[in-house]
Design a protein around this ligand. Structure first.
Ligand code: NDP
Length: 327
């Protein structure tokens, strides 16, 4: 038996609790892992609170990320004792996830724990941090450099935002952090933000084009915020869009794209191919300061994870939540 969070019932009528789970119930897979650490991402919070239909079947163990040690493997790439990390691939949605002390899954979804990180640090990064790196890589691949001009990061105190600010600042970019939490200004400046912008300035209906301000942007908000970000990009600016914290809609015009050659670049972490994941993790090892990563962490025990998920929905979380699952 092992401890884990279990979502039971059905869509719209789910019950979520910490349970003792029989190992015989683990799903199919060629690798079994003793999970050391997991984390809470926005998507896990949507799943646990039932705010969005993330779980595709029941019962389901949530948790789109995990880090741990292989105990059994028939996959040629992994053997017992290997330290591994998993991000996404539908785990915690279609396949039992990381918020339990054991997981059985496909070895094709795993990557080795990068040498520079402990399992705890890998989960402090988690899907949020790895997505932040994918966004930075998207800006770079579209030609944005520190000389191009200011970079905007929305949802800056959140998981993706915090890691994005820290990476960009370390790379020498001038970062404007957008936040709805003015009281977190000193936190954002400690991560390296040069300017702080009140989220309210981007939340209301705006013009199709505004003053050319940003050379690049990483947006976790979507909705009206993303429309306003696009409207304020410089000529040939690049926006990496990965989230929907403000909404799924996109009430914009084509003006930024056809008059300023703005590029809107979508970023998905869940199904990203292995080579992109390995590149992102390699760059995280180079470009994310471990001290700043530490400053983003709040550790929450597994038996308080359900309660913590609720805090995501009211936007009060700062940085990254790490769950020491094995304890
Ligand atoms: P967090 O909850 O940690 O951060 C989200 C932040 O967005 C909040 O802290 C807040 O920051 C800001 N925010 C909250 N409400 C609003 C709003 N109404 N308008 C604008 N900003 C708002 O979540 P994550 O950082 O983990 O994820 C952010 C988004 O990215 C989510 O939508 C998530 O689903 C998505 N995501 C997508 C991935 C992908 O593969 N495409 C992978 C990972 C995440 P502040 O108070 O500082 O403004």
């Amino acid at each position: 038996m092992f401890k884990g969070i279990l979502m039971e019932g059905s869509r719209g009528d789910q019950q979520v609790s910490l349970k003792s789970i029989d190992e015989a119930w683990l799903p199919e897979g060629d690798v079994t892992v003793d999970v050391a650490y997991s984390t809470l991402n926005y998507k896990d919070a949507l799943a646990i609170t039932g705010t969005a239909p993330i779980a595709k079947s029941y019962p389901m163990v949530p948790g789109i990320d995990l880090a741990g040690v292989v105990t059994e493997s028939s996959n040629p790439e992994f053997k017992a004792g290997d330290e591994v990390v998993l991000n996404g691939w539908g785990v915690g949605e279609k396949h039992w996830g990381g918020l339990a002390q054991k997981a059985r899954l496909s070895g094709d979804w795993l990557i080795p724990l990068p040498e520079s990180f402990t399992a705890r640090q890998a989960m402090a990064i988690g899907t949020a941090g790895y997505t932040a790196m994918l966004c930075v890589l998207a800006l770079e691949k579209h030609g944005v450099t520190p000389d191009s001009g200011d970079i905007l990061v929305t949802g800056a105190t959140g998981g993706v935002g915090s890691v994005a600010v820290a990476i960009l600042a370390k790379l020498g970019y001038s970062v404007t952090a957008v936040t709805g939490k003015p009281e977190e200004e000193s936190y954002l400046r400690s991560l390296g933000a040069k300017q702080i912008l009140d989220r309210a300035e981007l939340s209301g209906p705006g013009k199709p084009l505004t003053r050319e301000t940003w050379a690049g942007a990483i947006d976790v908000a979507g909705g009206q915020v993303l429309a306003n970000v696009c409207a304020g990009m410089k000529y040939r600016g690049v926006v990496a869009a990965c989230g929907l914290a403000a909404g799924m809609d996109f009430p914009a015009t084509v003006a930024p794209f056809i008059l300023r050659s703005v590029t809107l670049c979508g970023v998905d972490s869940v199904m990203a191919p292995k080579k992109d994941r390995l590149e992102a993790w390699e760059r995280l090892a180079q470009d994310l300061s471990p001290e700043l990563l530490d400053s983003m962490i709040t550790e929450v025990p597994l038996d308080e994870a359900i309660e913590a998920a609720g805090q995501f929905m009211d936007g009060t979380i700062r940085g990254r939540i790490v769950i020491p699952v094995a304890e």
